[in-house]
Design a protein around this ligand. Structure first.
Ligand code: PMP
Length: 404
């Protein structure tokens, strides 16, 4: 296990009390807390180095530009991308997916073309496709989920057709915790010459991801779920695709030359980054990546797996508990229900005991329908969580269960 005593010193918010009880923060799949070094970096950025990037000849602007581009290289290294210009900064996973849907969709999809998604997708990987469906009359094919929360891989292999143009699936389910076999998923698609986008929002914070090893075409994630600031996300895209795709938004930074007769576009990655980027945010994100690396992503994975195993076993002591998602390869997310206690009541009462969990449909309503529930209670772990917190959580669930 990690030395959480040392790690927790870097997260002052974890010392808070709520309703007179020590806070047990188990809503990490929604967003993680931020270490001091990340918050300090943001303050330092605004206090001492703030200047708009790329356009300035002056010292501060050049310094800010260098920090912003250094952050891009840091992301490149973190996920093993071939080129820094394959890293596009966005506002988050949601915007990164919308970028691909809009731009790839514009260039490569026409009426009747098929895109494969799954029953376990976050709304961010469903609704943008439906919006495109309205515009372009594409067809969405949905891979079903098995009872234990795994993707039905046989169904996946059979869902392809001559008209399949893209696969867009999540790496890790934000509800079930299932870690999908993305390498196999990508290889199957590539056999049929179909590119793949993977939603890595719940994967990158918890285990090492290497986009070159996966041979993935597009990979997206959010900084705020990995100890970084809100409002920063990443689209990794293979150069060969990004080069062929039209800009997503127009404006400053993304142009080569503008005239009323003809406007040309900037090179990668700037073609996809219209307007002033959140350069303070990207720089602080780089600090978050350094922080993760200093702890060690592999050690974080082991620690969280241990918490997952421990908390799951202890929860199973509770009568009438139902855990959604029992796949053998699982990330540190536990969705559950006890008897017929409404998820909202459970969440509210846990909150009064100091336990912060999420309740509801988790932006995955089609998955809720598959599970036959309206919502679940979800606890999710991060590097700073402890066994004592898992015990406090289980004790609180037991206590609430006995109230009904
Ligand atoms: N995909 C998955 C699997 C997620 O868990 C989330 C965040 N809940 C998103 C996409 C959307 O991320 P963001 O809100 O940061 O854009």
């Amino acid at each position: 296990m990690l030395d959480t005593e040392i790690i927790r010193r870097n997260f002052p918010i974890l010392e808070r009390q709520v309703y007179g009880k020590p806070l047990v923060y188990l809503d990490n799949a929604a967003t993680t807390q931020k270490p001091v070094c990340v918050v300090d970096k943001i303050a330092e950025g605004y206090y001492h180095t703030n200047a708009n990037v790329h356009r300035g000849v002056h010292f501060l602007s050049q310094e800010a530009t260098e920090a912003h581009e250094q952050a891009r290289r840091k992301v490149q290294q973190f996920i093993g991308a071939e080129h820094a210009h394959e890293i596009i900064f966005t506002r988050g996973t949601t915007e990164a997916i919308n970028l691909v849907v809009s731009s790839y969709g514009e260039e490569f999809l026409k009426e009747g073309d098929e895109v494969i998604i799954s029953q376990m997708e976050h709304h961010a990987n469903i609704v943008p496709w439906q919006l495109l469906q309205n515009r372009k009359k594409i067809v969405l094919k949905v891979v079903p989920v098995l009872d234990n929360g795994e993707l039905d891989m046989e169904a996946y292999r059979n869902i392809f057709s001559e008209k399949t143009r893209l696969v867009s699936l999540t790496h890790v389910s934000n509800v079930l915790g299932t870690i999908n076999p993305v390498k196999e998923i990508i290889a199957e698609a590539h056999k049929r010459e179909v590119p793949v986008m993977i939603d890595g929002a719940q994967a990158v914070p918890h285990s090492a991801v290497d986009v070159k090893d996966l041979d993935v075409d597009f990979y997206v994630f959010s900084a705020h779920k990995m100890y970084g600031p809100t409002g920063i996300g990443v689209l990794y895209g293979k150069e060969k695709w990004l080069e062929k795709m039209p800009p997503y938004q127009g404006g400053g930074e993304m142009i080569g030359h503008v005239s009323f007769e003809k406007t040309t576009f900037n090179e990668l990655p700037y073609k996809f980054e219209a307007g002033t980027p959140d350069y303070i945010g990207t720089t602080a994100f780089a600090t978050a990546l350094d922080y993760i690396s200093s702890v060690g992503i592999d050690r974080i994975e082991v620690h969280e797996n241990e918490l997952l195993r421990y908390a799951t076993n202890r929860l199973l002591e509770i009568e009438n508990i139902r855990i959604f998602g029992t796949a053998p390869h699982k990330s540190s997310v536990i969705s559950f229900q006890v008897g017929d206690i409404h998820h909202y009541d459970m969440g509210m009462l846990l909150d009064k005991l100091g336990i912060a969990v999420r309740t509801g449909h988790h932006c995955a309503q089609p998955l809720m329908e598959r599970l036959g529930v309206e919502g679940t209670v979800r606890a999710s772990f991060a590097m700073y969580n402890t066994k004592e917190e898992a015990d406090a959580f289980v004790a609180a669930v037991k206590r609430v269960s006995q109230m009904f």
